[in-house]
Design a protein around this ligand. Structure first.
Ligand code: PLP
Length: 425
């Protein structure tokens, strides 16, 4: 099982059997409030009729079409629709089946871009500590989680920026922590060390989700953009979590007003209803890679299920639903309420930090001596028993409900977490 304590799980299985709106039901009929949008992906809530119908219709009409030297209309319609979703000049889409594949594809597109311009020397990448970019060999190499690379080999030629988290200086920050654009200046150190002419791209999550909800300090992403642009280095945003309204805007790029050259998305793209990821690509990169190549296949990369008809149908229906219900704006309008509810946990037992942005909150717990992660894992189990799905990573509780969450359900989420925290050692 993925990222699971297999033996622990099989001793005490937790099976989700059905879902609707803000809730799951377990196989034995218990109702569970979804405080995690599944795994950061079900942004419009579960079982949405228009998405279900679109998938059913598409399955009956065209179950599968190869997209190597062929196409089908929905994949192109979706790429067209995503022009409005991606910021600025990101007008081209390359479809994948997951966030991990979107990240690895984005890294390869960055290399292909430099290659097409005769800059083969630009083959290095810069990632960041405490980042998660999925589980492909590219993603774990630029990612900043030691356990994810421990047993594996990684790509050569990768440096990491320092992470932006400052527990001593910025604990209990509301929204973005105070200005630390200087943290991005470490990129200048890497450029001086390696030479700008060796670096293909920098990849960051605008807000790091899986490593514990780390909102970017004020001015940080802006500075990163400025430095990368000055050195001809591409900037990749991994928006697998932050896309589709999670931060109260279509993307983190839109929320922070910073435009990357490439963007990886997945999860909310189909509201979690079908596997799909995508790389948003700037016109300049597309023109160089496709326009600059000799006749024939321009980019030697792709997946059997790139732009799968069922996933494309789910994505188009999801985008329509997000727009119809104004869910990205709704997330923004709930942000203040969400923030207050999250920070009301500041005095709860074991809590050493609360952080938030959009409809995401991270609640960091003091680890038990000698047992890192054990306290939060117990909170996860107890919350589930109390009828609340949360996500934990290390000793951090991450909350990210569907964007249809009501004010009462926000109270319910934080109320149940508070109750559980009060009842554990
Ligand atoms: N990138 C980020 C920022 C993520 O949070 C995730 C998954 O949580 C991924 C990439 C990987 O996505 P997937 O699990 O769909 O491969």
């Amino acid at each position: 099982m993925p990222f699971t304590d297999n033996r622990g799980y099989k001793a005490e299985p937790r099976l989700l059997a059905s879902a609707e709106g803000m809730h799951y039901w377990t196989a034995n009929g218990r109702k569970v409030l979804d405080g995690a949008a599944g795994l950061w992906c079900v942004n419009a809530g579960h079982g949405r009729k228009s998405i279900v119908a679109a998938i059913q219709r598409q399955a009956a009409e065209l179950d599968y079409a190869p997209t190597f030297q062929l196409g089908h209309p929905l994949a192109f319609q979706l790429a067209e629709r995503l022009r409005d979703f991606f910021p600025g000049a990101l007008n081209r889409s390359f479809f994948t089946n997951s966030g991990s594949e979107a990240v690895d594809s984005a890294l390869k597109i960055a290399l292909a871009y430099h290659h097409s311009l005769g800059r083969e020397g630009r083959s290095r990448f810069v990632g960041r500590q405490r980042s998660y970019h999925g589980v492909g060999f590219g993603g774990i190499s630029v990612g900043g989680i030691a356990r994810n690379t421990e047993a594996f080999v990684v790509l050569p030629g990768v440096d990491h920026l320092p992470h932006t988290f400052d527990l001593a200086g910025a604990a209990f920050s509301r929204g973005q922590p105070s200005a630390r654009p200087d943290l991005a200046d470490d990129l200048e150190r890497i450029v001086a060390l390696r030479g700008a002419e060796t670096i293909a791209a920098v990849i960051v999550e605008p807000l790091a989700g899986s490593t514990g909800v780390l909102p970017p300090p004020v001015g940080y992403l802006e500075r990163l953009r400025e430095i990368t642009a000055r050195h001809g280095i591409l900037l990749i945003f991994d928006e697998v979590i932050t896309g589709f309204g999670r931060l109260g805007a279509a993307t983190g790029a839109a929320r922070f007003g910073v435009e990357p050259d490439l963007m990886a998305i997945a999860k909310g793209l189909t509201n979690g209803a079908a596997p799909m990821g995508c790389v948003g690509v700037s016109d300049a990169i597309y023109d160089a890679v496709v326009g600059g190549a000799p006749r024939g296949i321009e980019f030697f990369h792709g997946y059997t299920y790139s732009g799968h008809p069922l996933a494309a149908a789910a994505a188009l229906a999801s985008l329509e639903l997000y727009a119809e219900e104004g869910l990205f704006e709704r997330a923004l309008s709930l942000e203040a309420l969400w923030e207050d509810a999250a920070h009301a946990l500041a005095d709860a037992p074991h809590v050493i930090d609360v952080r938030n942005l959009g409809l995401v909150a991270g609640i960091e717990l003091e680890p038990r001596a000698g047992e890192p992660g054990a306290r939060a894992l117990e909170v996860f189990h107890r919350c589930f028993d109390e009828g609340l799905l949360i996500r934990v990573t290390g000793d951090i509780i991450a909350l990210s409900p569907p964007l249809i969450v009501s004010a009462d359900q926000i109270d319910e989420i934080f109320g149940r977490v508070a109750k559980v925290l009060a009842g554990i050692d």
